[in-house]
Design a protein around this ligand. Sequence first.
Ligand code: ADP
Ligand code: MG
Length: 387
Amino acid sequence: MPQLIPQVNTAFTERFSTPELTIFSPGRMNFIGEHTDYNLGFVLPASIDKGIAVAVAASKDGKTSIYSVDKDELLEVDITQPLKRSDIGWANYVLGVVDQLQKAGAQLSNFNCVFGGNIPIGSGLSSSAALENGIGFALNELFGLGLDRMKLLHLSQLAEHEFVGVKCGIMDQFSSMMGKKDQAMKLDCRSLDYGFYPVDFGDYQIVLLNSNVEHNLASSEYNVRRSQCEEGIEVMQRKFPGIKSLRDVEMHMLNTCKDELTEVVYRRCKYIIEENQRLNDFVAALEQKDFTQCGQILFTAHEAMRTEYEITCPEIDVLVDLAKQQPGILGSRMMGGGFGGCTLNLVHKTNMDAFVEVMTREYKTKTGIALSAYRIAVGDGVHRVNQ
Ligand code: ADP
Ligand code: MG
């Protein structure tokens, strides 16, 4: 991120004056635990060293001006008047946070803001949460609102639900706000309890490969998966009335109910139960610094997403299959909700350049699509930066 902060600060100075403060708000990755959140299980995310920078200062001309560096678009609005949804997509993430802060009782004056990022937009690294958290954190500092991180991240989620209209879970905002350098967070999606686990992969490096495909199946199939899990719960509750979510189900309970479940619902439930177990196994392997085992779990998780939960797509499967054949690879799996986005890869540092080169070439040959590679480190959650 070396250029991002000066770039955003310079853009602010050119348009307005000197920013009063600048915030870095990271995107996030998830080591393991996909589709476990709405089943009230575990996820293992981390904030990354790429994200969105937000520069702000109070405005003295009776209006709020917000400039997106990446979209080269300016929004002008008087936030002391009732807020309306904007035709500009990104504006709703920003206004949604302003709206939530006001609903929480914050007295906001007009302000000037410039923001820009160095994470891919809409590829599952949570640029949206980075943007919301960056705006919320910046305004909290600028106006001395005194809101804590937990409150701010919940406001970000509500902004996305209500102003943008996307019913996202809490993981994205949580990991971008609460993350710590070189630590993964094990988040319990039922209680929101969380704990940190060091992620130092030694000679291995995390690299995300963006397939640059996004199949529009993602949202419809997401809803289908959710209802299949609910169907499984309803059936199993007849035998085990105490069950509230798949979090409460163990494999032997599922197997007891196998005959009453459709084959598909059985597979979906099996995936979720085992994904939670894989996550716990991954954490145990991390603690023992058994990176080979971590990598194996990633491969297994991918296979389960492909065959049991059926949320991968041909391009993503090509990426994981190709990665498996490369020297220095420990593990690879699709990251995120499915049907496109990025794969997460653990690769030996000495093989990294060749890995990216070969993967880029082979992926292009097999799919005709250009690959983008992001070498990632686990960085701190949202924080102020020196201007
Ligand atoms: P992601 O997986 O990256 O969170 P989303 O679809 O949830 O994908 O959010 C992407 C949206 O967030 C974009 O369409 C845009 O409105 C907004 N956004 C994110 N990053 C930026 C940016 N750097 N500049 C402008 N808008 C951004
Ligand atoms: Mg998002």
